[in-house]
Ligand binder design. Sequence first.
Ligand code: TYM
Length: 341
Amino acid sequence: MRIVSGIQPTGNLHLGNYLGAIRNWVAMQDEWTAKGATCLYFLADLHAISMPHNPADLAASTRDMVAALVACGIDPDRSILFNQAQVAAHAELQWLLAGTARMGWLNRMTQWKDKAGKNREGASVALFTYPVLQAADVLLYQATHVPVGEDQKQHLELARDIAQKFNADFASDDAPVFTLPAPIIPPQAARIMSLRDGTAKMSKSDASDQSRINLTDDADTIMQKVKKARTDPEPLPHEPAGLADRAEARNLVGIYAALTGRDVASVLTEFGGQGFGRFKPALGDLLVDRLAPIAARYRALREDRAALDAILSAGAHKARDAAQPTLDAAYAALGLVRAVG
Ligand code: TYM
């Protein structure tokens, strides 16, 4: 069993990243490495250059994100934690897969359509080929399971399509080059929405900081953001069906459920009939309670830049070793001659 996933080191880690993905990374690490599985978690810094960026900010955010992931519970002794830029095999395999990925497949990617918007001519080539690099990220390690939020599902399906076509075109049925990876999406909190707009996902790229809870927000900021979160004037319903047309209420109840490990029905049994004047302070307290220890660990870890660099360097070393057999197999399958040694 190989568990692989990545996060872009741009901006802060927010509640959507945490509940949609990182919490699952930690849970899978805790459950499966003890049984012999390998977990590889990386910072997708190569993906981050697909959008306009400031190099100094990217370097600082990369180290900050290592601190944040360790603060959340990723243990560099049990999981391989690294950044793509130190493992050249990611960029190499991307090119080897570029002959297999089809323009039509990439054209259908909703993230490409959203991020390029009306200005496709002006978008970077990297933004278009982004999902091919993402496919390389997981196929390189023969990933079997990829814990992600709902928004990455389409990219994972593309990775499967690429793997399947490559295997069919260049490998025999009994010796495929790539394993088909399965997305692992949490039943609760797969898509945390903005606090300002229940129809937009919580995102690092939202211009308003009020739209998200950052894992580094202090208690006052969290309380204030929750109290200002957009809602409607109705009390909470007694049944989940009553949330169907109430995106903002559904989001807040979903966050409460995910943080307590309960389902939405059970949260509504407790809060049904009550207004947001009661529910919001309870949610704010819960968030502060769950996030404060992470924020404290994060603040301490981010001070030690040498230690963070050492984590990345050791992780990259292990990742390079893990990647090599698949990279070699992909070159060979394509008939690319390399003098070894
Ligand atoms: P990124 O950096 O946008 O997000 C990291 C993880 O957080 C999840 N996520 C959310 N989950 C629930 N609600 C939200 N509002 C929310 N926002 C983000 C994402 O689904 C993701 O799991 N392309 C990827 C990074 C990547 C990757 C990979 C992931 C590169 N290569 C290979 C998996 C495997 C991205 O930009 O995620």
